[in-house]
Design a protein around this ligand. Sequence first.
Ligand SMILES: NC(=O)c1ccc[n+]([C@@H]2O[C@H](COP(=O)([O-])OP(=O)(O)OC[C@H]3O[C@@H](n4cnc5c(N)ncnc54)[C@H](OP(=O)(O)O)[C@@H]3O)[C@@H](O)[C@H]2O)c1
Length: 166
Amino acid sequence: MVTMVVAMGDSNEIGFNNQLLWHLPKDLKHFKEITSGHPVIMGRKTFESIGKPLPNRTNIIVSGKKDWFEEGILIVGSIKEAVKFAKKIDEEVFIIGGGKIYEQTMQIADRIEVTRVNGSFEADTFFPEIDGKVWAKTDESCFEADEKHAHSFCFQTFEKIKTEDL
Ligand SMILES: NC(=O)c1ccc[n+]([C@@H]2O[C@H](COP(=O)([O-])OP(=O)(O)OC[C@H]3O[C@@H](n4cnc5c(N)ncnc54)[C@H](OP(=O)(O)O)[C@@H]3O)[C@@H](O)[C@H]2O)c1
């Protein structure tokens, strides 16, 4: 199973200046819970934005740059290679961004775990449209804003509609 994990605003915005657009502790906890113990695939820019390997997960970084090395990560030259390595490690594979990687992996993903943050944010990076003809929302739980969360948000699960179900 290949699962994309993303947090996005009302217009599918996900990032600005190589940073996230909000700080939502419940979302970070949710991300950690669903990805821990599994390989995570990300683009080089997202890795740089996080700044260090995510613990308890094999971090697979996609980059076209040659001859760089960082401790604790696996660097690969294509998404195909990333998925091939990840599937050797575990059946559950997570794709965690950013925009460039999401654009190229919508086709191969089986599931999307979305955090839909209610609000409009200045952004330079976006998640692709989730086509209702291709994806079905199978789960949703919502949370109000509070002193630790400046925005209300919902955790949503989308599953790719199997052609045999049509
Ligand atoms: N809200 C969220 O859930 C979320 C999640 C993740 C990231 N983000 C945000 O998204 C932004 C980063 O996204 P981004 O689109 O700028 O960058 P990105 O997708 O993280 O990384 C892009 C880089 O990945 C490499 N790459 C992409 N496709 C490749 C391919 N087919 N073959 C080889 N290498 C490939 C290239 O690295 P090289 O240049 O090294 O060749 C490219 O420059 C940040 O603002 C971050 O905070 C948000």
